[in-house]
Design a protein around this ligand. Structure first.
Ligand SMILES: O=CC(=O)O
Length: 334
């Protein structure tokens, strides 16, 4: 039987040695950088005609664009697995992959701690409205227009999306003396609830002092926080988003910040990254980070190793370790 081939798109920064070792069980290709057109023409020219598995990442999306229907159509028919580096995979058309018999994995769990840490960092920053004094001290104005902040203690934290990251946010928030409640489509078993109270989406909006978004982006969650949801929230709510920018209608958020409905916000993700709505850049009550939730050496290495474990398992055992849930029932067309 011919040797299977694996393609790395983009870079591996922390597990290069482990990627090279995959060469013992597969032929290796790399597409380190380039354009979408360049990648599509290589596929069309049959350069990867024996390809069995791909390693790609949210970061390498800049070299290929989204793995949408157009791109999936030109991938070689020998391709069976896409091992994706990222907890979010909204840049991959999963139904299109399933239809072509391609199975996809992502990197849940490995991202949980680092992303939850950034959610808490943003929450504390938003509670203290840190942006104004943070900029003032660097500009030689000492505290500038400093205003008093708020304590997390005794505040109600609402978590929308209590998966791996949401649970870690809940654990950390309890250490600050917060009361935690959450909403998911289904209530979790008690042992996975981290002592948080299950409430409806409406109740979450109406009763949370701080709202943290920890859910994935898909067609049904796009703009899940928009004007009608802001209208239901408590006046002076604090909003934290470390998940995906498109969960929030940014223009509606800017209005809600201006009106005081939202007292402050902490954002690591934006609707049209790397563009940021000018109303957010101007607002002194918003803490901004440039999508660095998983940006630690330890987490990046853990994520890369998990992708490689998926890749090796696909090559050796025709099985993914962390297959995306939408595909759990799909079978590889092997
Ligand atoms: O945004 C980060 C990720 O999806 O892992």
């Amino acid at each position: 039987m011919a040797q299977k081939a694996a393609l790395l798109i983009g870079d591996i920064a922390h597990a290069r040695k482990e990627w090279t070792a995959v060469g013992e069980i597969a032929k290796l290709y790399e597409y380190p950088s380039g354009s979408r057109e360049g990648f599509i023409s290589k596929c069309k020219a049959g350069e990867y005609k024996d390809l069995y598995a791909i390693y790609r990442s949210n970061d390498s999306n800049k070299h290929t664009g989204n793995f949408d229907q157009e791109l999936i159509d030109v991938l070689p028919s020998t391709l069976k697995y896409i091992c994706h580096n990222g907890a979010g995979y909204d840049n991959i058309d999963i139904p299109a992959c399933t239809n072509k018999g391609i199975l996809v994995s992502s990197t849940p769990v490995a991202v949980n701690d680092a992303t939850a840490d950034v959610a808490i960092f943003l929450m504390l920053g938003a509670l203290r409205r840190v942006t104004v004094p943070f900029q003032a001290v660097r500009n030689g104005k000492w505290r500038g227009d400093f205003q008093l902040g708020r304590d997390p203690k005794n505040k109600v934290l609402g978590i929308l999306g209590m998966g791996g990251i949401g649970s870690e946010v809940a654990k950390r928030a309890k250490a600050f003396g917060m009361q935690v409640q959450y909403h998911n489509r289904h209530q979790l078993p008690a042992k996975e609830e981290e002592g948080a109270k299950y409430v409806t989406f409406e109740e979450l909006l109406k009763t949370s002092d701080v709202l943290s978004l920890n859910l994935s982006l898909n067609a049904s969650t796009r703009h899940i926080i928009s004007k009608p949801q802001f209208d239901q929230m408590k006046d002076g709510i604090i909003l934290i988003n470390t998940a995906r920018g498109l969960l929030i209608d940014e223009a509606a958020l800017v209005d809600a910040l201006k009106s005081g409905k939202v007292w402050s916000a902490g954002l690591d993700v934006f609707e049209e990254e790397p563009k940021i709505h000018p109303g957010l850049l101007e607002a002194g009550n918003v803490v901004l980070l440039p999508h660095i939730g998983t940006g630690t050496v330890e987490t990046q290495r853990d994520m890369e190793l998990l992708v490689l474990d998926n890749l090796k398992s696909a090559i050796k055992e025709q099985r993914l370790l962390t297959q995306v849930p939408e595909q759990k029932k799909a079978k590889a067309n092997i």
